[in-house]
Design a protein around this ligand. Structure first.
Ligand SMILES: Cc1ncc(COP(=O)(O)O)c(C=O)c1O
Length: 436
Protein backbone atom coordinates (compact mmCIF):
# COMPACT_ATOMS: atom_id res chain seq x y z
CA UNK A 1 0.00 0.00 0.00
CA UNK A 2 2.86 2.30 0.94
CA UNK A 3 4.68 1.84 -2.33
CA UNK A 4 1.49 2.45 -4.33
CA UNK A 5 0.93 5.67 -2.48
CA UNK A 6 4.53 6.92 -2.85
CA UNK A 7 4.46 6.12 -6.56
CA UNK A 8 1.40 8.25 -6.88
CA UNK A 9 3.02 11.02 -4.88
CA UNK A 10 6.07 10.98 -7.14
CA UNK A 11 3.87 10.96 -10.22
CA UNK A 12 1.86 13.89 -8.86
CA UNK A 13 5.08 15.80 -8.10
CA UNK A 14 6.29 15.34 -11.68
CA UNK A 15 2.95 16.18 -13.23
CA UNK A 16 2.67 19.31 -11.12
CA UNK A 17 6.07 20.47 -12.32
CA UNK A 18 5.05 19.83 -15.91
CA UNK A 19 1.89 21.81 -15.33
CA UNK A 20 4.00 24.87 -14.53
CA UNK A 21 4.58 24.74 -10.80
CA UNK A 22 8.30 25.24 -11.30
CA UNK A 23 7.46 28.57 -12.86
CA UNK A 24 4.96 29.84 -10.33
CA UNK A 25 6.97 28.69 -7.31
CA UNK A 26 5.61 28.76 -3.79
CA UNK A 27 4.98 32.46 -3.49
CA UNK A 28 1.99 32.56 -5.75
CA UNK A 29 -1.17 34.60 -5.52
CA UNK A 30 -3.50 31.73 -6.39
CA UNK A 31 -6.27 30.54 -4.09
CA UNK A 32 -6.02 33.79 -2.13
CA UNK A 33 -9.31 34.13 -0.18
CA UNK A 34 -10.65 37.47 -1.31
CA UNK A 35 -12.55 38.11 1.94
CA UNK A 36 -9.34 37.78 3.95
CA UNK A 37 -7.30 39.85 1.51
CA UNK A 38 -9.92 42.58 1.81
CA UNK A 39 -10.01 42.49 5.59
CA UNK A 40 -6.18 42.50 5.79
CA UNK A 41 -6.07 45.61 3.64
CA UNK A 42 -8.85 47.27 5.62
CA UNK A 43 -7.08 46.54 8.89
CA UNK A 44 -4.14 48.57 7.56
CA UNK A 45 -6.43 51.39 6.47
CA UNK A 46 -6.08 50.46 2.76
CA UNK A 47 -8.55 49.21 0.17
CA UNK A 48 -8.12 46.25 -2.13
CA UNK A 49 -9.42 46.62 -5.68
CA UNK A 50 -9.95 43.42 -7.61
CA UNK A 51 -9.60 43.05 -11.37
CA UNK A 52 -9.68 39.27 -10.94
CA UNK A 53 -13.43 38.76 -10.96
CA UNK A 54 -15.81 38.54 -13.89
CA UNK A 55 -18.45 40.51 -12.05
CA UNK A 56 -18.82 42.60 -15.21
CA UNK A 57 -21.85 44.60 -14.18
CA UNK A 58 -20.83 45.20 -10.58
CA UNK A 59 -23.63 43.09 -9.08
CA UNK A 60 -21.73 40.66 -6.87
CA UNK A 61 -22.51 42.53 -3.66
CA UNK A 62 -25.98 43.65 -4.65
CA UNK A 63 -28.41 43.59 -1.71
CA UNK A 64 -31.42 42.86 -3.92
CA UNK A 65 -29.76 39.71 -5.29
CA UNK A 66 -28.79 38.51 -1.81
CA UNK A 67 -32.33 39.09 -0.56
CA UNK A 68 -33.83 37.19 -3.49
CA UNK A 69 -31.52 34.23 -2.81
CA UNK A 70 -32.37 34.19 0.90
CA UNK A 71 -36.09 34.43 0.22
CA UNK A 72 -35.82 31.51 -2.16
CA UNK A 73 -34.06 29.39 0.46
CA UNK A 74 -36.90 30.17 2.85
CA UNK A 75 -39.45 29.14 0.23
CA UNK A 76 -37.79 26.11 -1.40
CA UNK A 77 -34.94 25.04 0.87
CA UNK A 78 -31.25 24.73 0.02
CA UNK A 79 -31.14 21.74 -2.33
CA UNK A 80 -33.72 19.94 -4.45
CA UNK A 81 -32.83 16.34 -3.67
CA UNK A 82 -32.84 14.85 -7.12
CA UNK A 83 -32.45 15.18 -10.85
CA UNK A 84 -35.17 17.48 -12.13
CA UNK A 85 -36.52 14.66 -14.24
CA UNK A 86 -37.38 12.61 -11.18
CA UNK A 87 -38.26 14.72 -8.17
CA UNK A 88 -35.81 17.64 -8.30
CA UNK A 89 -38.07 19.98 -10.30
CA UNK A 90 -39.39 23.15 -8.61
CA UNK A 91 -41.38 25.98 -10.13
CA UNK A 92 -38.36 28.28 -9.80
CA UNK A 93 -36.42 26.23 -12.38
CA UNK A 94 -38.71 26.81 -15.34
CA UNK A 95 -39.25 30.41 -14.25
CA UNK A 96 -35.50 30.96 -14.53
CA UNK A 97 -35.31 29.19 -17.89
CA UNK A 98 -38.12 31.32 -19.35
CA UNK A 99 -36.44 34.50 -18.07
CA UNK A 100 -33.10 33.47 -19.56
CA UNK A 101 -34.78 32.65 -22.89
CA UNK A 102 -36.53 36.01 -22.96
CA UNK A 103 -33.31 37.85 -22.12
CA UNK A 104 -31.11 36.21 -24.74
CA UNK A 105 -33.82 35.94 -27.39
CA UNK A 106 -34.27 32.19 -27.94
CA UNK A 107 -37.31 29.89 -27.78
CA UNK A 108 -36.24 28.18 -24.58
CA UNK A 109 -33.29 27.36 -22.34
CA UNK A 110 -32.20 24.59 -20.02
CA UNK A 111 -30.24 25.48 -16.86
CA UNK A 112 -27.65 23.26 -15.23
CA UNK A 113 -25.46 23.28 -12.13
CA UNK A 114 -22.15 24.09 -13.82
CA UNK A 115 -21.12 26.15 -16.83
CA UNK A 116 -18.11 23.95 -17.33
CA UNK A 117 -20.18 20.78 -17.04
CA UNK A 118 -22.79 22.16 -19.45
CA UNK A 119 -20.19 22.51 -22.20
CA UNK A 120 -18.61 19.11 -21.66
CA UNK A 121 -21.92 17.34 -21.60
CA UNK A 122 -23.45 19.21 -24.54
CA UNK A 123 -20.47 18.97 -26.89
CA UNK A 124 -19.99 15.34 -25.94
CA UNK A 125 -23.66 14.59 -26.62
CA UNK A 126 -24.62 16.59 -29.73
CA UNK A 127 -22.84 14.70 -32.49
CA UNK A 128 -21.54 11.23 -33.07
CA UNK A 129 -19.56 8.95 -35.39
CA UNK A 130 -19.59 10.14 -38.99
CA UNK A 131 -19.93 13.78 -37.90
CA UNK A 132 -17.31 16.52 -37.65
CA UNK A 133 -16.67 19.19 -35.02
CA UNK A 134 -14.54 22.20 -35.99
CA UNK A 135 -13.32 24.01 -32.92
CA UNK A 136 -11.38 27.26 -32.56
CA UNK A 137 -7.98 26.40 -31.09
CA UNK A 138 -8.39 28.99 -28.34
CA UNK A 139 -11.78 27.68 -27.26
CA UNK A 140 -12.32 27.17 -23.54
CA UNK A 141 -11.13 23.96 -21.93
CA UNK A 142 -14.72 22.88 -21.23
CA UNK A 143 -15.47 22.88 -24.98
CA UNK A 144 -12.23 21.05 -25.73
CA UNK A 145 -13.01 18.41 -23.10
CA UNK A 146 -16.46 18.01 -24.63
CA UNK A 147 -14.89 17.31 -28.02
CA UNK A 148 -12.79 14.58 -26.40
CA UNK A 149 -15.93 12.95 -25.13
CA UNK A 150 -17.65 13.14 -28.51
CA UNK A 151 -17.46 10.28 -30.99
CA UNK A 152 -17.36 12.80 -33.86
CA UNK A 153 -14.13 13.61 -35.70
CA UNK A 154 -12.52 16.72 -34.21
CA UNK A 155 -10.49 19.31 -36.14
CA UNK A 156 -9.12 22.49 -34.59
CA UNK A 157 -8.77 25.61 -36.70
CA UNK A 158 -6.38 28.46 -35.83
CA UNK A 159 -7.99 31.11 -33.68
CA UNK A 160 -10.41 33.28 -35.66
CA UNK A 161 -8.71 32.26 -38.93
CA UNK A 162 -11.60 32.31 -41.39
CA UNK A 163 -9.49 31.47 -44.42
CA UNK A 164 -8.18 28.32 -42.80
CA UNK A 165 -11.66 27.40 -41.60
CA UNK A 166 -12.99 27.71 -45.13
CA UNK A 167 -10.16 25.58 -46.51
CA UNK A 168 -11.01 22.85 -43.99
CA UNK A 169 -14.69 23.06 -44.86
CA UNK A 170 -13.92 22.87 -48.59
CA UNK A 171 -11.79 19.81 -48.06
CA UNK A 172 -13.84 17.95 -45.48
CA UNK A 173 -17.49 18.98 -45.55
CA UNK A 174 -18.59 16.36 -48.05
CA UNK A 175 -17.03 13.52 -46.03
CA UNK A 176 -19.24 14.05 -43.00
CA UNK A 177 -22.95 13.87 -42.34
CA UNK A 178 -23.22 16.78 -39.91
CA UNK A 179 -20.71 19.49 -39.05
CA UNK A 180 -20.67 21.70 -35.95
CA UNK A 181 -18.52 24.84 -35.64
CA UNK A 182 -17.63 25.76 -32.05
CA UNK A 183 -16.62 29.28 -31.10
CA UNK A 184 -16.86 31.76 -28.23
CA UNK A 185 -18.61 35.13 -28.17
CA UNK A 186 -15.82 36.91 -26.29
CA UNK A 187 -12.59 35.03 -25.69
CA UNK A 188 -11.85 34.94 -22.01
CA UNK A 189 -8.06 35.14 -22.14
CA UNK A 190 -7.68 37.61 -25.01
CA UNK A 191 -10.82 39.72 -24.97
CA UNK A 192 -11.24 39.42 -28.73
CA UNK A 193 -14.33 38.34 -30.69
CA UNK A 194 -15.10 36.14 -33.69
CA UNK A 195 -16.21 37.65 -37.01
CA UNK A 196 -19.76 36.42 -36.51
CA UNK A 197 -21.21 37.55 -39.87
CA UNK A 198 -18.45 35.62 -41.65
CA UNK A 199 -18.99 32.53 -39.47
CA UNK A 200 -22.70 32.65 -40.29
CA UNK A 201 -21.97 33.02 -43.96
CA UNK A 202 -19.72 29.93 -43.90
CA UNK A 203 -22.26 28.10 -41.76
CA UNK A 204 -24.93 28.72 -44.40
CA UNK A 205 -22.73 28.05 -47.43
CA UNK A 206 -21.35 24.77 -46.08
CA UNK A 207 -24.54 23.66 -44.36
CA UNK A 208 -23.10 23.33 -40.86
CA UNK A 209 -24.35 24.27 -37.38
CA UNK A 210 -22.86 27.05 -35.30
CA UNK A 211 -22.58 26.87 -31.51
CA UNK A 212 -21.40 29.90 -29.53
CA UNK A 213 -20.20 29.89 -25.95
CA UNK A 214 -21.37 33.27 -24.67
CA UNK A 215 -20.00 32.84 -21.14
CA UNK A 216 -18.21 36.20 -21.28
CA UNK A 217 -20.25 38.01 -23.92
CA UNK A 218 -23.76 37.92 -22.44
CA UNK A 219 -24.22 40.95 -20.20
CA UNK A 220 -21.16 42.53 -21.78
CA UNK A 221 -21.44 42.84 -25.58
CA UNK A 222 -24.18 44.74 -27.38
CA UNK A 223 -26.09 47.84 -26.33
CA UNK A 224 -28.31 45.89 -23.93
CA UNK A 225 -25.87 43.08 -23.07
CA UNK A 226 -27.52 40.43 -25.25
CA UNK A 227 -24.11 39.27 -26.45
CA UNK A 228 -22.22 38.73 -29.68
CA UNK A 229 -25.28 38.75 -31.95
CA UNK A 230 -26.35 42.15 -30.65
CA UNK A 231 -22.74 43.34 -30.97
CA UNK A 232 -22.97 42.66 -34.73
CA UNK A 233 -26.59 43.81 -35.08
CA UNK A 234 -27.77 40.24 -35.73
CA UNK A 235 -30.48 38.10 -34.23
CA UNK A 236 -29.87 35.28 -31.74
CA UNK A 237 -32.17 33.07 -33.82
CA UNK A 238 -29.42 33.11 -36.49
CA UNK A 239 -27.31 30.92 -34.19
CA UNK A 240 -28.11 27.21 -33.89
CA UNK A 241 -27.21 26.77 -30.26
CA UNK A 242 -25.88 29.06 -27.58
CA UNK A 243 -24.42 28.27 -24.17
CA UNK A 244 -23.68 30.61 -21.32
CA UNK A 245 -22.87 30.64 -17.67
CA UNK A 246 -24.57 32.25 -14.72
CA UNK A 247 -21.24 32.84 -12.99
CA UNK A 248 -20.14 35.91 -14.93
CA UNK A 249 -22.46 38.89 -15.48
CA UNK A 250 -25.19 37.06 -13.51
CA UNK A 251 -22.87 36.71 -10.46
CA UNK A 252 -24.01 33.26 -9.38
CA UNK A 253 -23.12 29.86 -10.84
CA UNK A 254 -24.38 27.25 -13.26
CA UNK A 255 -24.66 26.98 -17.03
CA UNK A 256 -27.45 27.20 -19.59
CA UNK A 257 -28.15 26.20 -23.17
CA UNK A 258 -30.44 28.18 -25.45
CA UNK A 259 -31.99 27.33 -28.79
CA UNK A 260 -35.06 26.25 -30.69
CA UNK A 261 -37.85 24.59 -28.70
CA UNK A 262 -37.45 21.09 -30.09
CA UNK A 263 -33.69 21.14 -29.51
CA UNK A 264 -34.12 22.16 -25.87
CA UNK A 265 -36.93 19.62 -25.36
CA UNK A 266 -34.69 16.87 -26.72
CA UNK A 267 -31.83 17.90 -24.41
CA UNK A 268 -34.14 18.10 -21.39
CA UNK A 269 -34.83 14.39 -21.72
CA UNK A 270 -31.44 13.16 -22.89
CA UNK A 271 -28.49 15.41 -21.99
CA UNK A 272 -26.40 13.35 -19.53
CA UNK A 273 -25.10 16.31 -17.52
CA UNK A 274 -28.71 17.40 -16.96
CA UNK A 275 -30.52 14.09 -16.63
CA UNK A 276 -27.96 12.49 -14.33
CA UNK A 277 -27.24 15.52 -12.17
CA UNK A 278 -29.11 17.34 -9.44
CA UNK A 279 -31.33 20.32 -10.24
CA UNK A 280 -30.01 23.81 -9.59
CA UNK A 281 -30.18 24.96 -6.01
CA UNK A 282 -33.20 27.32 -5.74
CA UNK A 283 -31.18 30.23 -4.34
CA UNK A 284 -29.22 30.31 -7.60
CA UNK A 285 -32.38 30.46 -9.69
CA UNK A 286 -33.65 33.40 -7.64
CA UNK A 287 -30.33 35.24 -7.67
CA UNK A 288 -30.02 34.96 -11.46
CA UNK A 289 -33.64 36.01 -12.05
CA UNK A 290 -33.05 39.09 -9.91
CA UNK A 291 -29.81 39.85 -11.75
CA UNK A 292 -31.63 39.58 -15.11
CA UNK A 293 -34.26 41.98 -13.87
CA UNK A 294 -31.70 44.47 -12.61
CA UNK A 295 -29.69 44.31 -15.85
CA UNK A 296 -32.82 45.07 -17.88
CA UNK A 297 -33.83 47.95 -15.60
CA UNK A 298 -30.34 49.43 -15.17
CA UNK A 299 -28.79 49.59 -18.64
CA UNK A 300 -26.31 52.19 -17.34
CA UNK A 301 -24.29 49.26 -15.96
CA UNK A 302 -23.45 48.06 -19.46
CA UNK A 303 -22.61 51.60 -20.58
CA UNK A 304 -20.36 52.05 -17.54
CA UNK A 305 -18.58 48.75 -18.13
CA UNK A 306 -17.98 49.80 -21.73
CA UNK A 307 -16.72 53.23 -20.72
CA UNK A 308 -14.35 51.70 -18.14
CA UNK A 309 -13.07 49.08 -20.57
CA UNK A 310 -12.34 51.66 -23.25
CA UNK A 311 -10.68 53.98 -20.77
CA UNK A 312 -8.48 51.13 -19.50
CA UNK A 313 -7.49 50.08 -23.03
CA UNK A 314 -6.67 53.62 -24.15
CA UNK A 315 -4.61 54.33 -21.05
CA UNK A 316 -2.82 50.97 -21.29
CA UNK A 317 -1.93 51.54 -24.93
CA UNK A 318 -0.73 55.06 -24.24
CA UNK A 319 1.57 53.64 -21.55
CA UNK A 320 3.06 51.24 -24.10
CA UNK A 321 1.42 48.12 -22.61
CA UNK A 322 0.51 45.22 -24.89
CA UNK A 323 -3.20 44.40 -24.83
CA UNK A 324 -3.01 42.05 -27.82
CA UNK A 325 -6.19 41.86 -29.90
CA UNK A 326 -8.60 42.82 -27.12
CA UNK A 327 -11.53 44.87 -28.38
CA UNK A 328 -11.83 46.61 -24.99
CA UNK A 329 -15.08 45.08 -23.76
CA UNK A 330 -14.86 43.67 -20.24
CA UNK A 331 -11.77 41.48 -20.48
CA UNK A 332 -8.38 42.92 -21.37
CA UNK A 333 -5.02 41.18 -20.97
CA UNK A 334 -1.66 42.82 -20.53
CA UNK A 335 0.73 40.45 -22.25
CA UNK A 336 4.30 39.93 -20.98
CA UNK A 337 7.31 38.21 -22.50
CA UNK A 338 8.21 35.97 -19.56
CA UNK A 339 6.31 34.21 -16.81
CA UNK A 340 8.71 35.55 -14.17
CA UNK A 341 8.00 39.17 -15.11
CA UNK A 342 4.28 38.44 -15.05
CA UNK A 343 4.47 36.84 -11.61
CA UNK A 344 6.54 39.72 -10.25
CA UNK A 345 4.18 42.33 -11.68
CA UNK A 346 1.17 40.50 -10.20
CA UNK A 347 2.82 40.44 -6.80
CA UNK A 348 3.75 44.12 -6.97
CA UNK A 349 0.17 45.01 -7.88
CA UNK A 350 -1.15 43.05 -4.93
CA UNK A 351 1.18 44.90 -2.63
CA UNK A 352 -0.11 48.15 -4.09
CA UNK A 353 -3.71 47.06 -3.41
CA UNK A 354 -4.77 45.57 -6.76
CA UNK A 355 -5.55 41.89 -7.17
CA UNK A 356 -4.79 40.68 -10.71
CA UNK A 357 -3.63 37.04 -10.62
CA UNK A 358 -1.06 36.21 -13.31
CA UNK A 359 -2.04 33.71 -16.01
CA UNK A 360 1.07 31.71 -16.86
CA UNK A 361 1.51 28.29 -18.44
CA UNK A 362 -1.97 27.02 -17.76
CA UNK A 363 -4.63 28.67 -19.85
CA UNK A 364 -2.48 30.57 -22.34
CA UNK A 365 0.43 29.83 -24.67
CA UNK A 366 3.56 29.74 -22.53
CA UNK A 367 5.22 32.48 -24.57
CA UNK A 368 2.29 34.80 -23.90
CA UNK A 369 1.87 34.99 -20.14
CA UNK A 370 -0.37 37.78 -18.99
CA UNK A 371 -2.16 39.70 -16.34
CA UNK A 372 -5.78 39.39 -17.28
CA UNK A 373 -7.98 42.29 -16.20
CA UNK A 374 -11.71 41.96 -15.80
CA UNK A 375 -13.17 45.44 -15.87
CA UNK A 376 -16.50 46.07 -14.24
CA UNK A 377 -19.19 48.72 -13.94
CA UNK A 378 -18.14 49.58 -10.38
CA UNK A 379 -14.51 50.42 -11.12
CA UNK A 380 -13.61 54.09 -10.92
CA UNK A 381 -11.26 55.95 -13.23
CA UNK A 382 -8.98 56.52 -10.23
CA UNK A 383 -8.74 52.75 -9.68
CA UNK A 384 -7.94 52.19 -13.36
CA UNK A 385 -5.32 54.94 -13.37
CA UNK A 386 -3.96 53.57 -10.11
CA UNK A 387 -3.54 49.99 -11.25
CA UNK A 388 -1.94 51.00 -14.55
CA UNK A 389 0.50 53.36 -12.86
CA UNK A 390 1.39 50.66 -10.34
CA UNK A 391 1.87 48.24 -13.21
CA UNK A 392 4.19 50.52 -15.13
CA UNK A 393 6.23 51.03 -11.97
CA UNK A 394 6.30 47.26 -11.35
CA UNK A 395 7.55 46.65 -14.89
CA UNK A 396 10.52 48.94 -14.45
CA UNK A 397 13.48 46.57 -15.11
CA UNK A 398 15.52 47.78 -12.14
CA UNK A 399 12.63 47.12 -9.78
CA UNK A 400 12.00 43.70 -11.28
CA UNK A 401 15.64 42.71 -10.74
CA UNK A 402 15.50 43.85 -7.14
CA UNK A 403 12.31 41.90 -6.45
CA UNK A 404 13.43 38.78 -8.23
CA UNK A 405 16.63 38.58 -6.23
CA UNK A 406 14.91 39.05 -2.84
CA UNK A 407 14.83 35.32 -2.30
CA UNK A 408 14.65 35.21 1.42
CA UNK A 409 11.79 37.25 2.67
CA UNK A 410 8.91 39.11 1.09
CA UNK A 411 8.24 42.68 1.99
CA UNK A 412 6.58 43.27 5.34
CA UNK A 413 3.39 44.31 3.57
CA UNK A 414 2.84 41.01 1.77
CA UNK A 415 -0.65 39.88 2.75
CA UNK A 416 -0.72 36.96 5.20
CA UNK A 417 -2.17 34.42 2.86
CA UNK A 418 0.25 35.11 0.02
CA UNK A 419 3.36 33.13 0.72
CA UNK A 420 6.75 34.43 -0.24
CA UNK A 421 7.92 34.30 -3.89
CA UNK A 422 10.95 32.05 -4.14
CA UNK A 423 13.38 32.42 -6.96
CA UNK A 424 12.35 29.94 -9.62
CA UNK A 425 14.40 27.72 -11.90
CA UNK A 426 11.96 28.61 -14.63
CA UNK A 427 11.20 25.60 -16.75
CA UNK A 428 9.36 27.09 -19.66
CA UNK A 429 10.22 24.19 -21.90
CA UNK A 430 7.30 22.25 -20.55
CA UNK A 431 3.79 23.12 -19.68
CA UNK A 432 0.23 22.87 -20.71
CA UNK A 433 -0.29 25.87 -22.86
CA UNK A 434 -3.39 24.34 -24.39
CA UNK A 435 -5.13 23.57 -21.12
CA UNK A 436 -7.35 26.61 -20.86
C1 LIG B 1 -15.72 30.57 -22.18
C2 LIG B 1 -16.09 29.84 -20.93
N1 LIG B 1 -16.98 28.85 -20.99
C3 LIG B 1 -17.35 28.15 -19.90
C4 LIG B 1 -16.81 28.43 -18.67
C5 LIG B 1 -17.23 27.63 -17.47
O1 LIG B 1 -18.14 28.35 -16.72
P1 LIG B 1 -18.27 28.20 -15.13
O2 LIG B 1 -17.03 28.78 -14.54
O3 LIG B 1 -19.47 29.01 -14.82
O4 LIG B 1 -18.41 26.76 -14.84
C6 LIG B 1 -15.88 29.44 -18.54
C7 LIG B 1 -15.30 29.75 -17.22
O5 LIG B 1 -14.69 30.71 -16.94
C8 LIG B 1 -15.50 30.17 -19.70
O6 LIG B 1 -14.60 31.16 -19.63
Amino acid sequence: MDSVSSDLEEYARRRMKLAGFSVIGYDHPYFAPLDRLRSDFRARGDELTTFANYDYLGLSEDERIRKAAIQSINEFGVGVGGSRLVGGERTCHRALEYDLAAFIGVDDTIAMVSGYGTNISLVGHLLTKGDLILVDDLAHNSLVMGTRLSRATIVEFPHNDMERLEEILKEKRSHFRRVLILIEGLYSMDGDVPDLPKFLELRNRYNTWLMIDEAHSIGVLGKTGRGITEHFGLDMSDVDIVVGTMSKAFVSCGGFIGGKQIVIDWLRFTLPGFVYSVGLTPSVTAAVREALDIISREPWRIDKLRENSRYFAERARSLGLNIGDAIAEGVIPIIFDTSEKTMIAGRALLRAGYYVPPIVQIGVPKNKPRLRFFLNASHTKAQIDGVLEALVAAMDPSRQRAQFSSKHGGPATTPKNVVRLVDTDADTSTGTARAR
